[in-house]
Design a protein around this ligand. Structure first.
Ligand code: SF4
Length: 251
């Protein structure tokens, strides 16, 4: 039995039930099967826009939250505003802790994240990982826009799995979707999207850490492009067990 009362076997059964369903049906079923708080974290990428559309149009009782790192593209803030306007809903924002941010900047400077992988992970820790921890406090489920084909690191992304480090069920309702399926879904349903996607930005994160990709490059090649692929995650989706290096280095 997991900490939130969900058996691992039940999570596996849920993943099996989700497999043949549409995105809307997957989210609806997850809402019915998981008691307690369900939190969806969006960074306004194409995946997140498809999910937020499914949540808002079905009026599902799922909290929609974003991590406002303070370093997002103007186009991302515009997507945020257009999404709220289209659906008539507010998206909750979590900001970095002010004191931690001031210390980060005092220690490494405003572009300190370029100095080393550790410095970059520290910045992601202050601006993303710690706020994410606050967003998920007490939640029974966490919905993300991860897809298997986004990168080698994400190839084994399941539709649903128990995440012991956070004591919740992590749902990835687009895990098996292709990029072309996603783009078609966005266009067919008139879902607002970040205009950076029309300029070669496939995966969009913070402005100083994201570039457009070139033909043939992997979807996340434009994120922290100066680093090795194996280390290119921000800590949101590869959090080690509690007490591990990753948890504390971000604080
Ligand atoms: Fe900092 Fe870049 Fe991570 Fe954003 S993506 S939190 S700017 S290191």
């Amino acid at each position: 039995m997991s900490a939130n009362g969900f058996e691992t076997i039940e999570v596996n059964a849920l993943a099996t039930l989700l497999a043949p369903l549409t995105l809307q049906e997957r989210l609806s079923l997850a809402r019915r099967r998981i008691a307690g708080r369900l939190v969806f974290t969006t960074s306004f990428g194409l995946e997140d826009q498809a999910i937020v559309d499914a949540i808002f149009t079905q009026k599902l009782a799922i909290e929609v939250v974003t991590l406002d790192t303070g370093r997002l593209f103007p186009e991302t803030y515009d997507t945020w505003a257009r999404t709220e306007a289209q659906y008539g809903r507010r998206i909750a924002a979590l900001a970095p802790d002010g004191a931690a941010l001031e210390t980060l900047l005092a220690d490494g400077g405003v572009t300190g994240f370029r100095h080393s992988v550790e410095a970059r992970q520290r910045c992601c820790g202050v601006r993303k990982v710690v706020p994410l921890g606050r967003a998920l406090e007490g939640a029974q489920g966490w919905i993300t826009g991860l897809r298997s084909e986004q990168s080698a690191n994400r190839i084994a992304t399941p539709l649903a799995a128990y995440e012991p480090a956070r004591a919740l069920i992590k749902l990835n309702p687009l895990a098996d979707w292709s990029r072309s399926d996603l783009e078609a879904h966005i266009m067919q349903n008139g879902i607002p999207y970040n205009v950076l996607h029309d300029r070669g930005f496939v995966s969009v994160g913070c402005a100083p850490c994201t570039r457009a990709i070139r033909l043939g490059e992997a979807e996340r090649a434009g994120r922290w492009w100066w680093e090795d692929d194996a280390r290119k995650e921000c800590g949101l989706h590869n959090r080690p067990a509690q007490g591990g290096v990753g948890e504390h280095q971000y604080q």
